[in-house]
Design a protein around this ligand. Sequence first.
Ligand code: FMN
Length: 364
Amino acid sequence: MYESSSSNDLTPLLTLYRMGKFDLSHRIVLAPLSRNRSYNNVPQPHAALYYSQRATKGGLLIAEGTGVSHTAQGFPHAPGIWTKEHVEAWKPIVDAVHQKGGIFFLQILHVGRLSTNDSISSTDKGITPGLNGVEWSPPRRIRKDEIPNIVNDFRLAARNAIEAGFDGVEIHATNGCLIEQFLKDEVNDRKDEYGGSLENRSRIALEIVEAITNEIGSSRVGIRLSPFSNFMESGDSNPDALGLYMANALNKFDILYLHMVEPGVSGATVLQESEDETPHRLLRMRKAFKNTFIAAGGYNRSKGNQAIGENYADLVAFGRLFLANPDLPRRYELDASLNECNSSTFYVLDPVVGYTDYPFLEEA
Ligand SMILES: Cc1cc2nc3c(=O)[nH]c(=O)nc-3n(C[C@H](O)[C@H](O)[C@H](O)COP(=O)(O)O)c2cc1C
């Protein structure tokens, strides 16, 4: 599976890698980043510029969390992929990335109780009102007989993503959204076969994986998990066991990749450039999972090189640094200085400011 080039031993992040049928020219992945600039859930032309700025030949980009259905939406102006209009709107964005030789996956999600009205979840327990400045309302507990519809929404979204031209999909099972609301025992208080044991809590996630792999083929499917995250009051009492259980269970479906977030990194604040050791909390999951493993959360150039060099991960996803540095792979190649990210413009509606106006190296 490994195809490291010997030419770049000093910069492991810049070595070749074969991920399934995709030939990657380096190990630097754009992490999924919600930018809330898809007005009324319709992806906009400015996203074509934003993503193509970050595209490189043989580089993997993961597009932001995108709603699988009308009820899946929580964040204002987040994109969708459940209507024909959404599919058509994504096409030129995907084309722009492909023209630069990029490999483009769409992250598909359901927010569950991360919403202020008519939300649904594994539970009827709401997020504490006022947390992060939002007046969360309690969700409605999903009935068991509704679960097939949710699984089906993910399946259709994956099909739509392929129709839009994406190379594959990443299932969002992280950051306190619906799938994680089933996976984590701080949230899931169900008494049926979707709650309680690890096997039960992971049932919906694996049903979604199965439905999507049947629909578009396992070679186009990845999943993102954050077992260590407590984001939005969705922690777990035994994240190592949860992560390991999922890594093993996913092997059965032979999916393309497993993408995991390191402990203690929510991504909400500005990245601290510390040179701490890589926590290595994902190592057991990395070893258990047989296909490509992507690590994310708090990485910089040196930590990324270390992770690849030590075979701790096959690929490293960068969030805030890639957001602020459209030419991050080039900067890492030159070990050049970096733009700082501005968290106050992460989610503003402006089609340019804080979005496509971060300077390239030549302009900085
Ligand atoms: C503005 C912003 C939006 C994000 N949106 C998403 C998202 O849509 N899906 C997701 O899985 N993670 C999302 N994250 C988390 C990032 O993908 C990443 O895990 C986090 O920023 C930590 O990585 P970093 O230290 O490289 O930034 C977001 C983070 C930020 C800063």
